[in-house]
Design a protein around this ligand. Structure first.
Ligand code: NAD
Length: 722
């Protein structure tokens, strides 16, 4: 960070001070220690002056304050000394500066346009009034629980006193932001105005408040403990705990600690409540979940900043084509429409095309708040969607993403047609999940403008997109694809071509091991339960049902052909396919879904199908051992991916697994988890598994890391992105 000031004090009118936040070195305003110092100095400068009010605002449109400087937090995590004491001191320092806003001899107003989260929200909460702009980007939130922490600069103290304990608990324990109109209704802000009127409205409010002095009444009220009867408190405690337990499965301590602190501190004085808040944050700071979630935050931050390739700024793609209007094609088209990009969707079958258009429009018009189709959203998006049965009509597209059936010949024919119709500088991409890009590129005259853009199913939910680079793909193509994926609000990870690319390559050893365990006599429930205990959103056998047994069989064959020594083709999959049990789509797979609600249920019929393939009936292994069996082959495969340099580094692997398959964020990622466990310990865990075959053999990559006493992440957390 340079020494440039990030804040400025001015006087737009006599007696009215304006504190402007505008970090010249960053796109966002961040509350670093030096910015806090600047704010403190401005408050010092004002203390000797006769002023009626202070307005705090940001000169960055759509960006008030994006929170505290997490890099500084993490640096203190890695520094020697007492973390608890230093984090408590950090809290007290912020509280002490911001509290001055609630006791100044003038009215203080936060004028918020755009993103206001974390420390930014806390600063605004200590002000006497908050007014916000009606900008679609405006949000006020305290998302600390999402990085395994709780507010530490007074957010948990002020919010309950301003809006009431129950809404404050909801905001802080969920970490979800509040939109302007909801904030108004909640009493969190006093006014919502157009962005261009924000500062003037704030100045008018200073004039009004300095005459009427209503803010002094609120100052008095908000300095008191919250009023709630013991019955109301008990009810809130019970309901909030139940919601938290249901959402976190006991894996995320932060909301629990935040609730506990808020329930107690709401009944105390401001001083006592501030002390308690600092202790609560210190209790969470540096814990396993906090470290892991901070890592996830830095992984996503890096993904946002990384262009995937060097070279000039890629062009913006305005007009996108999608060939194949099936499950993936419709999802990809919808993802584009949601970002206001014009899409032409094409399919060789008129029926499939009609269905695809309907699915796309259903998705973009769905309103989460009302849980139904919104005519306004439909009207907004529908004009951007075109459909055609003729690939030639995609000639004007800047990019076409192919999502037709997984057959090489069909795809190659599509590419030929696209290449002859499209401009020479336009991009062609494939959404294939198993066919090597190198193979598909063979039919192209200009393979340099071709790459994989591999979305995951369902596209609306899965944040990861693999950008697959073939040997002839140009840097410019990769950079354009990466920038485009980011524009869709997804996380791209650039992967060199290879079987299963990144995510499926790592997923298959895990899914395959579940089949081996099944053949050893472990039960379906015990296997799935172990994976869920580890934190996976669903078990590997449930996942087989979701992916489809036929698809898993086919993709599994691709993987076992590529790496026959460690990917065993299980006869169980073929048996289920033969029995017509294809998974959710056919109503049954490892489980049955044929009951009224289509809910997953155990099915005795499967036992009969599995019987001929069982090698033993003993169920002797513990959940812990089962977790090792499932995740160690995945980990070893990840070391091969790293040694083959298929991705940049360990962080790409972790980003891919968290956002591609739902690897538990509270573990920070597969390789982050392994680092925390200790790589020498991983080698020890592998020792007794050597009889099971080469898929459990420690790789040279892993052994070398252990010999050199290194970790996958090598550098400490504080070195990420800095
Ligand atoms: P799908 O069967 O739902 O849709 C394929 C569509 O392609 C059909 O509508 C079909 O009519 C159309 N089509 C076939 N030949 C065509 C041609 N010559 N020209 C134009 N359209 C043609 O398949 P899907 O699940 O959407 O998969 C599409 C691609 O995405 C495949 O390559 C698949 O491997 C990949 N993929 C699938 C998933 C998944 O979970 N389904 C996930 C990631 C990637």
């Amino acid at each position: 960070m340079g020494g440039n000031p990030t804040t400025q004090l001015s006087f737009p009118k006599p007696g009215i001070a304006l504190l402007t936040l505008d970090n010249p070195d960053r796109g966002a305003n961040i509350l670093s220690q030096s910015t806090l110092r600047e704010i403190e100095q401005h408050l010092d400068a004002l203390s000797g002056q006769e002023i009626r009010g202070l307005v705090v605002w940001s000169a960055k449109p759509g960006m008030f304050i994006a929170g505290a400087d997490l890099g500084e937090f993490v640096a203190s995590l890695d520094s020697p000394g007492d973390h608890m004491a230093s984090s408590e001191a950090m809290c007290h320092r912020g509280q002490q500066i911001f509290r001055r806003l609630s006791s100044a001899p003038y009215v203080t107003i936060a004028a918020i346009d755009g993103i206001c989260v974390g420390g930014g929200t806390e600063l605004s909460l200590w002000c006497d009034r908050r007014i916000v702009s009606s900008n679609a980007r405006t949000e006020i939130g305290l998302p600390e629980v999402k990085i395994g922490l709780m507010p530490g600069w007074g957010g948990s103290v002020r919010l309950p006193r301003i809006v009431g304990l129950a809404p404050a608990v909801q905001v802080i324990t969920s970490g979800e932001s509040v939109r302007p109109l909801d904030a108004l209704q909640m009493g969190l802000v006093s006014n919502v105005v157009a962005p261009e009127q924000l500062v003037n409205s704030a100045i008018e409010l200073v004039e009004l408040e300095s005459q009427q002095m209503f803010y002094l009444r609120d100052r008095e009220k908000w300095s008191m403990p919250v009023h709630m009867s013991p019955t109301e408190l008990a009810f809130l405690q019970a309901t909030a705990s139940a919601v938290i337990a249901q959402q976190t499965f006991g894996n995320y301590p932060a909301p629990v600690v935040a609730l506990e602190i808020m329930m107690q501190s709401a009944l105390l004085s401001i001083d006592e409540a501030c002390t308690m808040e600092a202790q609560g944050l210190a209790k969470l700071f540096g814990g396993e979940a906090n470290r892991a979630l901070l890592n996830v935050f830095f992984l996503t931050d890096r993904s946002k900043k990384d262009s995937g390739s060097s070279g000039p700024r890629p062009p913006k793609l305005q007009n996108v084509g999608v060939v194949g209007a099936g499950i993936m094609g419709a999802g990809i088209a919808a993802a584009h429409l949601k970002k206001q990009t014009q899409v032409t969707i094409s399919d060789s079958s008129s029926e499939a095309l009609q269905r695809g258009v309907r699915t796309t429009l259903d998705e973009v018009s769905f309103d989460r708040a009302t849980k139904s189709a919104s005519p306004a959203k439909l009207l907004d998006h529908a004009p951007l969607l075109r459909s055609t049965n003729h690939i030639a009509e995609l000639a004007a597209c800047d990019l076409v993403i192919e999502a037709v059936v997984e057959k090489i010949a069909v795809k190659q024919q599509v590419f030929e047609q696209l290449e002859s119709a499209m401009r020479p500088d336009a991009l062609i991409a494939t959404n294939t999940s198993t066919i090597p890009i190198t193979h598909l590129a063979k039919s192209l005259k200009h393979p340099e403008r071709f790459c994989g853009i591999h979305f995951f199913n369902p596209v609306r939910r899965m944040m990861l997109v693999e950008v697959i680079r073939g040997p002839q793909t140009s840097d410019a193509t990769v950079a354009t694809a990466v920038a485009h994926v980011k524009k869709l609000g997804k996380y791209p990870v650039v992967v060199q071509d290879g079987p299963g690319f990144l995510v499926n390559r790592l997923l298959f050893p895990y899914m395959n091991e579940a089949l081996v365990l099944l053949a050893e006599g472990e039960s379906i429930e015990a296997i799935d339960r172990s994976a869920k205990k580890f934190g996976m959103p669903m078990g590997p056998l449930e996942l087989h049902d979701m992916v489809g047994m036929d698809t898993a069989l086919y993709a599994g064959k691709v993987m076992s052909d590529a790496m026959p020594d460690r990917m065993i083709s299980s006869p169980i999959l073929s048996a289920l396919v033969e029995a017509g049990r294809l998974g959710n789509k056919s109503g049954s797979g490892f489980y049955s879904y044929k009951n009224k609600k289509g809910k997953r249920a155990l099915d005795p019929e499967v036992t009969q199908i599995l019987k001929p393939h069982l090698r033993s009936n003993s169920t002797s292994i513990t959940t812990e051992a089962m977790i090792g069996r499932l995740f160690l082959p995945m980990l070893l495969e990840a070391t091969r991916v790293l040694s083959e340099r298929l991705v940049q580094d360990a962080r790409d692997v972790d980003l891919g697994l968290i956002f591609g398959i739902g690897f538990p964020p509270f573990k920070g990622g597969l390789l982050f988890w392994a680092d925390r466990l200790g790589l020498a310990n991983i080698l020890k865990m592998l020792e007794p598994l050597q009889t099971l075959g080469p898929r459990f053999s420690p790789t040279n990559y892993l052994k070398q890391l252990v010999e050199r006493n290194e970790t996958f992440y090598k550098n400490s957390l504080s070195n990420i992105n800095r």
